[in-house]
Design a protein around this ligand. Structure first.
Ligand SMILES: Cc1cc2nc3c(=O)[nH]c(=O)nc-3n(C[C@H](O)[C@H](O)[C@H](O)COP(=O)(O)OP(=O)(O)OC[C@H]3O[C@@H](n4cnc5c(N)ncnc54)[C@H](O)[C@@H]3O)c2cc1C
Length: 339
């Protein structure tokens, strides 16, 4: 089977037999059909997914994968959908949604912590701070799962969680457990080998330095206050749309400033708008479609490139109906020009 960044995942769009097989193999409540993806992502955008499985344990995830492999059904994995743009046409396959069922955490000593992929990132960071460990505090305001954070090498203040990852336990597409070290994960700024989509992270070990608990709590509160002042909090959004580019940064500054300089702050397409508060955010003012967001991504990218000679890449990933997941600017650049 082939998994590559720009190829659809293997398998077919599921028929009714796949949902029936999953329902008979998994506990009730873990399988849903015809689910609006808009309910699973922070942007509140996206058409229906054929099947969504929300495993409550590693065992039921492995069972789901065995059924999916046997039925040769297409599948993808998501966490909280806080970095995903779902397509208006939805997704023809099985969405494996890793959430709180895979969310434990324990302190192994010597600064090493083991946690489940479904753990909510702010809860993870708070626990790490409570254990007097430093190095996770930059992620305190990130509204996703630990699995998503580890896949995206998420973080703030130019840090990424990949720096702390010691080991990742992941299940492959036929249900085999794989153990990967930091070296295997090919961490780069907001990117990792896990974005290929062929492995599902179920747990990770991370190493932190010893820190002062009270100082770390104060730092967390100040990071949260700064984020509240800077980022749009009311309208649905997916955080920063574009990744900061070092060349653009030294020429103009971060993507938000470059988009603002291009005169695009507050510009709308349909229900989507380049946030009037922070130009690297695109907000859903109600009824936004993926097409609207993609138009704004292309407009911002092209305008900043015309001004600076530098084309920004999106951090946000687009999920196509056939399961291809790739940085949203790649899809935006394929849009037809407006008539
Ligand atoms: C308001 C707001 C602020 C944000 N601020 C920041 C920030 O400061 N810094 C930052 O880095 N990000 C930020 N983000 C983006 C986002 O929260 C992070 O990228 C987060 O780590 C994504 O986690 P998730 O669980 O939502 O993943 P999803 O969006 O569901 O998925 C993202 C990618 O990870 C993959 N994935 C998810 N879970 C797994 C798993 N268990 N195994 C394998 N692959 C998996 C998916 O296939 C997809 O490719 C922000 C988002 C919002 C809405």
């Amino acid at each position: 089977m082939t998994f590559a960044a720009d190829l659809a995942p293997p398998g077919h769009a599921p028929d009714a037999g796949v949902a029936a097989a999953l329902r008979s193999a998994l506990p009730s409540g873990e399988v849903a059909t015809d689910v609006p993806l808009a309910t699973l992502g922070r942007w509140r955008i996206g058409g229906p997914a054929d099947i969504v499985v929300t495993p409550q344990s590693v065992e039921t995830l492995a069972t789901a994968l065995a059924v999916i492999a046997e039925q040769d059904a297409r599948h993808i994995v998501i966490g909280d959908g806080s970095n995903l743009l779902f397509d208006d046409a939805g997704f023809r396959g099985v969405v494996l949604r890793i959430g709180r069922g895979l969310g434990g955490i324990r302190n192994l000593g010597d600064g090493v912590v083991e946690a489940g992929a479904g753990l909510w990132v702010p809860a993870f960071v708070r626990q790490v701070i409570d254990w007097g460990l430093a190095g996770a505090v930059h992620a305190i305001g990130i509204p996703g799962t630990l699995g998503g954070l580890i896949t995206m090498n998420g973080g703030s203040q130019r840090k990424g969680i990949g720096e702390n990852v010691v080991r990742v336990d992941a299940i492959d597409h036929v249900g085999r457990m794989q153990r990967l070290t930091q070296d295997d994960l090919d961490y780069r700024y907001r990117a990792s080998r896990l974005q290929r989509g062929d492995l599902i992270v179920v747990a990770a070990q991370l190493r932190f330095a010893t820190g002062d608990r009270q100082a770390l709590r104060r730092e967390a509160l100040s990071i949260l206050a700064a984020r509240r002042a800077k980022f749009p909090m009311v309208r649905a959004n997916c955080g920063s749309v574009f990744v900061s580019d070092p060349a653009l940064y030294s020429l103009i500054g971060p993507p938000g400033l470059a988009i603002e300089r291009a005169g695009l702050k507050g510009v709308s397409a349909g229900g989507a708008q380049i946030s009037p508060d922070h130009a690297n955010f695109i907000v859903n003012n109600g009824g936004a479609r993926a097409q609207d967001v993609l138009h704004l991504i292309r407009l911002a990218r092209r305008s900043v490139a015309a001004m600076s000679g530098i084309a920004m890449d999106a951090e946000v990933r687009h999920l196509a109906p056939d399961g291809v997941m790739r940085p949203a600017h790649e899809v935006a650049e394929l849009l037809a020009d407006p008539a």
